[in-house]
Design a protein around this ligand. Structure first.
Ligand code: ATP
Ligand code: MG
Ligand code: MG
Ligand code: MG
Length: 483
């Protein structure tokens, strides 16, 4: 019998308890520090410990901690439904050392957990790792302690094997360091690309990154005037690891992706039932987006995020509207996403009791927002019908008209495209893109970290999501997503 996601979570925490780690609860999905809106990694709540505050940690200050941390990555939202290896809400399993053990143990224990017969029992031959370009110490442990074939090891620069990615050059300030990542070869049924191909493209359907071992030993500070990065040594060397729970569950359960595992399948089936549209073909992207976003929105609302027009509430509102749009594409014309909340509570409520405690509040928040969005869609459809009635068959709807519908009525471009097609009218896509780019340029102006995956703004990643409901012409909201 295969392990459930909950069993894998428990095994991980238990494994590190057996290595004298203190098990602590997940921090909220709301970030503990102002570099991000949401918690993006298991290490984030422990920045003070990495910076040297271990002594203040707790009575009996444990220098070894293990957690399951719920993470939200705004930068991964647009990947949901596309890459099948990215969720917007996922659980990062972590083990942390504050100036205690270092690389040798971190590597040995990750290996033991993944390949040990009583743990994940994954095949040692199918493991591959990456290391930071000059990290001969890590190379030594992987080849000598573990016995990994050097052909299964690749070296990359700071853009790939530093956490946060490219931290020396790009920031944010704070603890950072080189890392070593573990990949699993899911075998030929997932593609014929090779590990060498991954070296070229850094993308693969077959090689799945499952665990990142980070060696935080630097404090990144403001660069010098000429742009030279400033890396100060931390008071001691730390370990920070993140294993993707859902990714490991997919491998262990031998299912093609998250959406067929024990947590997502019931959600997918419920969506197929509500919409009477089977989970197959091109439309299946909508099932996946609805299932994934229902989880993310439920968790953040449980943590106290209120759907709103600024900051976190705005991001979550956009995520829910993206889900609503996909529910609409599946033919759902009544609020439906809130009906998935009981299933989310069922699968995650044990580990995250805040879901159980807030279930009725979550359902009400989702239902209310779905009702509002469906009304927005209806007024957009009326406006679009009026425009299209004036167009000849075979003509082109101006990019500006399409953008006005999007920007002012909050009407999604793919629906505009679909409805226009019914009238035999196409859209000036280039004109729309241009108007959108100009709008985003305005929104981006305030973002300190630009396009960075974890620390950038949400506007560009949510570009296909309407920014606002109808508030009257000329009243576009200021977005201000980035702190
Ligand atoms: P990727 O390259 O696939 O985007 P990453 O390098 O950005 O992943 P890390 O920041 O190293 O990810 O996070 C540690 C681990 O968390 C990853 O090895 C992966 O297993 C998991 N993980 C990261 N992002 C996601 C996500 N969006 N959904 C599910 N799991 C994730
Ligand atoms: Mg990533
Ligand atoms: Mg990666
Ligand atoms: Mg990584």
């Amino acid at each position: 019998s295969t392990l459930t996601t909950a069993q894998i979570r428990e095994k991980f925490l238990h494994f590190f308890e057996s290595k004298e780690h203190l098990r602590l609860p997940s921090h909220s999905s709301i970030a503990p520090d102002p570099t991000t809106l949401f918690t993006v990694a298991g290490m984030q709540p422990f920045k003070p410990q990495f910076m040297g505050a271990a002594a203040k940690f707790e009575e009996g200050a444990s220098k070894r901690v293990t957690t399951a941390q719920k993470c939200i990555r705004v930068g991964d939202i647009e990947n949901v439904g596309r890459t099948r290896r990215h969720l917007s809400l996922f659980e990062m399993m972590g083990n942390f050392s504050f100036g205690d053990y270092f690389k040798r143990e971190a590597i040995a224990w990750a290996w033991e957990f993944l390949t040990g017969p009583q743990w994940m029992n994954m095949s040692a031959e199918q493991m591959y790792v990456t290391i930071y370009e000059d990290d001969d110490e890590a190379f030594g442990y992987w080849t000598q302690d573990i016995g990994l074939n050097p052909s299964h090891i690749h070296r990359f620069g700071a853009d790939e094997n530093f956490w946060p990615a490219d931290a020396p050059a790009k920031g944010p300030n704070g603890p950072c360091g080189p890392c070593s990542e573990i990949f699993y070869d899911r075998g030929p049924k997932y593609g014929d690309d090779s590990w060498a191909d991954y070296h070229q493209t850094r993308e693969s359907a077959r090689f799945l990154e499952v665990w990142n071992l980070v060696f935080p030993q630097y404090d990144r500070q403001e660069p010098q005037a000429d742009g030279t990065p400033t890396l100060k040594d931390l008071p001691f060397k730390n370990i920070d690891t993140g294993m993707g729970l859902e990714r490991v569950a997919s491998v262990v359960q031998d299912v093609p992706d998250f959406y067929s595992n024990d947590v997502f399948l019931p959600l997918i089936e419920k969506i197929a039932e509500l919409s009477e549209r089977p989970y197959e073909g091109e439309q299946s992207v909508s099932h996946r987006v609805v299932a994934e976003h229902a989880r993310a929105v439920s968790m953040t609302v449980a943590d106290g995020v209120a759907l709103s027009n600024t900051g976190r509430g705005y991001v979550i509102r956009k995520i829910l509207r993206r889900a609503s749009r996909h529910a609409y594409l599946l033919g759902l014309r009544e609020p439906s996403i809130y009906k998935l909340v009981p299933l989310v509570v069922q699968s995650m409520g044990e580990a995250y009791p805040e879901l159980k405690e807030n279930q009725s509040r979550i359902e009400a928040a989702l239902k209310g927002e779905e009702e509002r969005f469906l009304r927005t869609l209806e007024s957009g459809i009326q406006r679009l019908d009026a425009l299209l009635n004036q167009q000849e068959k075979g003509s082109v709807l101006s990019g500006q008209d399409a953008f006005t519908l999007y920007g002012t009525y909050g009407f999604p471009i793919d629906l505009t495209r679909e409805i226009a097609e019914e009238y035999g009218v196409s859209i000036d896509e280039a004109g729309f893109d241009k108007a959108l780019a100009e709008d985003q340029e305005l929104a981006r102006a305030g973002s300190k970290y630009g396009k960075s995956e974890l620390f950038g703004g949400a506007d560009e990643t949510l570009a296909d999501v309407p920014p606002t409901e109808f508030v009257g012409y000329g009243q576009l909201e200021a977005s201000g997503l980035v702190q």
